[in-house]
Design a protein around this ligand. Sequence first.
Ligand code: NAP
Length: 320
Amino acid sequence: MSSNSNTIYDTIIIGAGPAGLSAGLYASRGNLKTLILEKGIVGGQLQVTHEIENYPGMDHMTGPQISDAMETQTKRFGCEIITGDPVVSVNLESSPKVVKTAKGEFKGHTLIIASGSEHKQLGVPGEKENWGKGVSYCAVCDGAFFKDREVVVVGGGSSAVEEGNFLTKFAKKVTLIHRRDELRAERILQNRFKANPKTDIVWDSVVTKINGGVLGVESVTVKNLKTNEEYDFPCEGVFIYVGLIPNVDFLESKIETDEAGKIKSTIKMETNLPGVFVAGDVRDTVLKQAVTAASDGSLAATMAIAYVESLEDQHLVAAS
Ligand code: NAP
């Protein structure tokens, strides 16, 4: 979709995950002219999560089902959503603020950054070469290709263990390879994984190489960090969950971030720039959950509403 240079939105939200959709719902219901820009498809991490069992009131629903429900509700209040159009740069000093995407340019009095995060790569030889040929970062997307096969999951956080649990639906065996001797994943997920007879855990070990042949992955080279022993572990699938990196490249360092690159925020979801708010995984939050992202979004939108009202009070909107 190309830009409409005559339109000035009250708020532009970058990202249509749970944080962005919730912000869109609150902003449009609060009578702001609201646009959500999404580089991919609506839903963010919800789209690649099979079952969400800790979003209050949404029991036995998949990530995509919750995402669909949020999208429908948000659009009902007039929020516009453009998908498949990545934001490439922003001008946050101008009034109104300007957001450039691959296909157009959009103006807004306020901005809510809800651009989320992406799964980190492991950075070992064979990872890039075998991506799509056995290496995956999405069990929900690719798990079914590994029916009755042997797979490994790399990492010890909630993503690794949760997706490892999901993979047991298909795989013959799921082996988690973790660099320490304890997992950081939520206890309930750990217990479920350990209780499943199709699972195993290789402790104190890292994957140093992914070995592929013409048909795809054949094994991973594993190094035990305590003994320095190195050996090849046969498997056909390698699912990598070693943490998340915030999506902030398009900001070109124009907003303050912490040492991990996450946007610094106040408890009111304010950034260091006036009229620019933040919500969800991209900010310096301690808990990364769909429900906390949605909560952030509601607060960021409420602050955006107050900011637009203050501009109206100062007659700046009319003058811009
Ligand atoms: P995470 O919590 O940061 O865990 C990353 C894991 O990867 C850690 O176990 C870490 O090991 C390991 N790791 C990091 N770099 C590595 C490397 N180079 N080689 C080998 N292992 C490496 O990331 P996440 O699991 O993606 O979770 C992200 C956030 O989402 C968390 O806040 C989590 O609670 C949340 N989340 C929640 C749920 C849920 O509630 N059901 C599900 C998924 C995610 P160390 O432990 O040794 O550092």
